[in-house]
Design a binder for this molecule. Structure first.
Ligand code: 4AZ
Length: 240
């Protein structure tokens, strides 16, 4: 998280860390992505967090995955470490374009109902450009590989699709696709998600609107953050 400040899971209990047992211990407790609680035993994260680059090197099996809930400071002892029982990758996920970048983790035990986030539906006013939003995570705070050990939040805003279409017309930085992605950031630069925040929540008007997915660098005015658009996947999630 670039340009953020400390956040507390007491105020945002749906934010969780996705971690691997293989790497457990250390300052990040194995954390490599963020996630968000959408039902007592279901956590949403980015599909690319479970892609070969992660599963191959950090969590080679589902049994290596842990969700850390209710804990701000990853080195701390509060909250719970919950094993993951299964993963569902969005069948619409395209690893080449990052379209539909979302997966559901089924937990081995339930979190309280009070931890469950509300999701924004298609047409919700939370998607209107200019809406203030917050992005949460334990990722890089500088763009130079300095990871947070305690949860952070940054203020961003929902941006017009055209801003991301312009920034990401295709080619080496990838292509923005308005149907399945959401554009958000700081038009002046300085506030953004970054590496290690992937899969974590973007919340506007108290509802989950996106998941951290990709972008060119972090916090640059002309390279907004690209998020997975929650409303585009709500039917698929309801089916599970
Ligand atoms: C990443 O590498 C990443 N600034 C995540 C988010 C953003 C850039 C990169 C958005 O996981």
């Amino acid at each position: 998280i670039i340009g953020g400040q400390p956040a507390h899971v007491a105020d945002s209990p749906w934010v969780v860390a996705v971690s691997s047992r293989d790497r457990f211990g250390g300052t990040r407790a194995g954390q490599f992505c963020g996630g968000v609680v959408i039902a007592p035993a279901k956590v949403l994260t980015a599909a690319h967090c479970l892609g070969r680059e992660v599963l191959g090197s950090e969590a080679s099996e589902v049994r290596d995955l842990l969700v850390i809930a209710g804990r701000d400071e990853l080195r701390g002892a509060g909250g719970q470490e919950i094993a993951v029982r299964g993963t569902w990758i969005n069948p619409g996920y395209d690893p080449d374009s990052n379209a539909g970048d979302l997966a559901v983790l089924t937990l081995s035990r339930e979190l309280p109902d009070s931890s469950v986030v509300r999701m924004a539906k298609e047409g919700d006013t939370a998607y209107e450009p200019g809406t203030r939003a917050q992005v949460y995570g334990w990722g890089d705070t500088t763009g130079g590989g300095t990871y947070a050990s305690a949860l952070r939040v940054a203020p961003v805003q929902v941006l017009p699709d055209q801003m991301c279409e312009q920034a990401y017309p295709g080619g080496s930085d990838g292509a923005y696709e308005a149907g399945t992605m959401l554009c958000a950031g700081d038009p002046e630069g300085g506030h953004d998600a970054c590496q290690g925040d992937s899969g974590g929540p973007l919340v506007a008007r108290g509802r989950l609107v996106g998941l951290v997915s990709w972008g060119n660098g972090c916090g640059q005015a002309d390279s907004p953050g690209v998020y997975t658009r929650i409303s585009a996947a709500i039917d698929w999630m309801a089916g599970h």
